[in-house]
Design a protein around this ligand. Sequence first.
Ligand SMILES: Nc1nc2c(c(=O)[nH]1)N[C@H]1C(S)=C(S)[C@@H](COP(=O)(O)O)O[C@H]1N2
Ligand SMILES: [Mo]
Length: 200
Amino acid sequence: MPGKFFQKPGPDMQDRVPPGQHLAKGFPVLTYGQTPTIDIQSWEFKVWGLATPKTFTWDDFMAMPQQEFTADFHCVTTWSKLDVKWRGVKVTDFMQYLEVDPKAVHVMEHCYGGYTTNIAIEDFLREENFFAHTLFDDPLPPDHGGPMRLVVPHLYAWKSAKWINGLEFLGDMELGFWERNGYHHRGEPWAEERYSSRWG
Ligand SMILES: Nc1nc2c(c(=O)[nH]1)N[C@H]1C(S)=C(S)[C@@H](COP(=O)(O)O)O[C@H]1N2
Ligand SMILES: [Mo]
């Protein structure tokens, strides 16, 4: 009964809803597998690959500049949610704490629970991307990726890794979990980059 869960975008919203998407009521949870249990005391975030290896604690992240973000969220399974309010750390601010080899062209996002997703470095370094620990003024709920997730508003939400705990900087593209299983390598909603063709 899709009518119960989705609504047609109103005329004012039409230009914000990508082709083939519908507005979700509420904020659906979409996870492959179980929600991991993570406590903030032992939470760690690692950086490796073509970057100086570093480990950040929760306190390290909280000491970075914090900001509010409002962003639209598009899941490839055809639901979108507009104006989601988050709080966290901008990716470009976080990058000030890293030393990345200029040969890095791609990034693998790693998560508690083993999920991975890949992203080109120019998509990762966009000004509008952020790590989120707060959702609509409440601590980010575990099902939505708490204590911390990445949000990449300009790509389908499978790139917005929940429970993120690491970045691996890469000299070549490698594929993450859904990308190995047929999803598009990039995933741009306005171009409907949903799935990869069998030939590439
Ligand atoms: N670690 C992890 N991150 C993930 C996923 C997942 O299964 N595991 N699902 C992705 C998908 S397909 C979507 S649409 C969004 C859903 O985020 P939400 O559950 O907060 O709506 O998270 C993405 N990030
Ligand atoms: Mo999704």
